[in-house]
Write a protein that binds this ligand. Sequence first.
Ligand code: SAJ
Length: 478
Amino acid sequence: MSDKLEKILGDRGPIKRIGVIGMGYVGIPAAALFADSNSFDHVLGFQRNSPSSGYKIDMLNRGESPLKGEEPGLEELLQKVVNTGKFECTPDFSRIAELDAVTLAIQTPFADPKALEPDFGALKEGIRNVGRYLRPGMLVVLESTVTPGSTDGMARTILEEESGLVAGEDFALAHAPERVMVGRLLRNIREHDRIVGGIDEVSTKRAVDLYSPVLTRGKVIPMTATAAEVTKTAENTFRDLQIAAVNQLALYCEAMGINVYDVRTGIDSLKGEGITRAMLWPGAGVGGHCLTKDTYHLERGVRLGGGTLDYPENAESIYVLARRVNDFMPVHMYNLTRAALQRIDKDVAGSKIAMLGWAFINDSDDARNPPSEPYRDMALDAGARIMVHDPHVLHYPDVEISGNLQEVVRDADVVVIFTGHKEYFSISPSSLGQLMGKADPVIIDGRNVINPDRFIEAGFIYKGIGRGDRNDHPVRAR
Ligand code: SAJ
């Protein structure tokens, strides 16, 4: 426990002036909630005045949200905290010097998904800016998802180099991972428990003082900075593992000729004290920015951690294997497509394939790392003609996407459902069959959207994830 830091913090007094660096999905709601708390006097939102995102500065200072999509309560809250003068957005990073606490909410993408090396460039620049204007007694908190060990390692090093101060002696340093979800940004911050981890106990306590006032239903869960980094990456790794477990079960059920949804219902019925089976849903793959990356952050943290890992010799991590299973699902969707076409002596080459759904998640326009993309690449490589429909995603680099479902499925040999957008659940076999205009239309269901029997009775060749009980249905005499 650092008496020096404790004394410096005591002399500075309670946190009153806060800075949030990075005006995105994480930083904006965080800054608005800090500003709305009576515990704090003033909040600065820091945004680089760059060509791509400098526009946010004026928007935020007008109390307008630059975020896409519906975020209940956010615009009203921004108007309120701007009008009361408790929040302002600025590109002037030197004003960090006037603050008691600074949080960094800067995204950490993977520069090269194949190499699985995270790109910490923007985050390091933000940390460097904080270091330049760091003063004794300030608290620095990383909210970005980082490789375990980064707060107490890379971030501490940069801050100390830039400021000449010592972490844990002159300033407090912590990690408090975000748990935001699009469409419920404010609610998640207020209601989810908040993991808060300092590089030492004094830092942890200072960070608890920062986050406690904004939580309504949630409570703060204190731990070390590295434990907080592992918690964040592991909570998504575990979700990815659970999805992979049910995806693998779906593949087994197809091979054994049974319906995975019957098995899922059966297993899920096992309830009671201490009995848990997290049965998620099999599907066409796992996309997004969280589950596709956080496993590799966790694996990297173990690798770089410097400790000795005792693990079965030459055995692959089950977490990385889970990623391989989930990344196989778009390939399986392609294999189902090819198998269905072969039943009617057709091939992928030369077929017109209508893809329903580009977004990685239902009823959303979020198309980060969509499982639909590798499928489309494989089908194009095999010589198919591809049309893509999505009611929410209007633009995606090098992919033509239409919002007109009839136009996309017209004259198609195959319809493939990749995303469970709600409008797909009402597609009727007769109208779809008429629009496709084929003797043996093919439908591949990646999200358990349609009723196989209705389409098979209407003359469709059907294949569905996990539907071993239907995937070899009798084909009408031709
Ligand atoms: N998916 C399945 N089967 C499932 C659940 C999801 O195939 O049973 C697929 C989805 O289709 C999607 C991908 O996985 O392609 C990711 O879906 P997701 O529901 O996990 O959504 P994300 O990626 O936005 O995950 C976020 C995470 N939240 C944060 O990191 C703060 C995750 O921790 C949450 O658990 C998740 O939202 C959530 O539960 O909504």
